[in-house]
Design a protein around this ligand. Structure first.
Ligand SMILES: [Zn+2]
Length: 249
């Protein structure tokens, strides 16, 4: 089972990092996309990937960070690509919910990430909050069609447009308790679905309010399989195949 979006570089994992990895392995997690959200955490994700080959680094600057300031650091992000085994660009995207930084600055930062993904032929890990339409418009403008809208929570109509552009949809803990999202999930073609935790955030049903961790992806898999009326084993094969294809694992 592949966890396609996780932040093991988050300080919340410092205390019991090795136990978290052990529990993930015991639960059957075989690979984790470990996404940085600034230069430091992106560097940390690479270091973790060198130590543990199954922790696949992704590098980028999250739109919640001060976009106007951090765009200057995109050169450092590009320099990290020389390590050669980066599997995605991100976490990137647009966040109009928390709105920590001006929308124009976020858009400029997103364009820079897309340019890097294009140049190095890597998929994008795209974060959106109340910003899906703008994210779609920017990806169209930049003519790039490879990546995932992670932690998807938009409408069915938006999902159709995203899929038509060649993107995947990532589903995490919210799927286990949001009836609205479950109805949308049912209608998504299975060859476009990825599963993720987004740990340490957004724990699934049964763990809500706790720190999320990769081993909890099994809860999401179980409920997702029930929604689609297939066995967890069958769904795992499908989503792992999708993840392997997108991230060239
Ligand atoms: Zn994330």
């Amino acid at each position: 089972m592949i966890d396609t979006h996780c932040h093991l570089i988050d300080p919340q994992f410092t205390r019991d990092f090795n136990e978290v990895l052990k529990r993930a392995q015991r639960a059957g997690v075989t690979s984790i996309i470990n996404a940085g959200y600034d230069v430091k955490t992106s560097t940390d994700a690479i270091a973790m990937g060198k130590q543990f080959a199954w922790l696949k680094p992704a590098i980028g600057i999250h739109p919640n960070e001060a976009a106007a300031e951090l765009i200057k650091e995109m050169g450092s992000i590009e320099a990290l690509l020389s390590h050669g085994f980066i599997c995605a660009i991100g976490e990137t995207g647009l966040d109009y919910y928390r709105d920590f930084s001006a929308r124009e600055a976020q858009k400029a930062l997103f364009h820079r990430h897309i340019a890097l993904a294009k140049k190095y032929h890597l998929p994008l890990l795209i974060h959106t909050r109340r910003s899906i339409d703008d994210a779609i418009a920017i990806l169209k403008e930049d003519n790039y069609h490879c990546g995932v809208f992670h932690c998807y929570s938009g409408t069915h109509e938006q999902a159709k447009r995203i899929i038509a552009m060649g993107y995947y949809l990532g589903f995490g803990g919210v799927l286990t308790f949001s009836k609205r999202l479950q109805e949308i999930f049912k209608k998504v073609p299975t060859d476009r679905i990825l599963l993720e935790t987004d740990a340490p955030f957004l724990a699934p049903e049964g763990h809500r309010g706790q720190r999320n961790e990769p081993s909890f992806i099994i809860e999401t898999l179980t409920i997702a399989a029930r929604i689609l009326d297939v066995t967890p084993h069958h769904l795992e094969e499908i989503v792992d195949h999708n993840a392997t294809t997108l991230f060239s694992l």
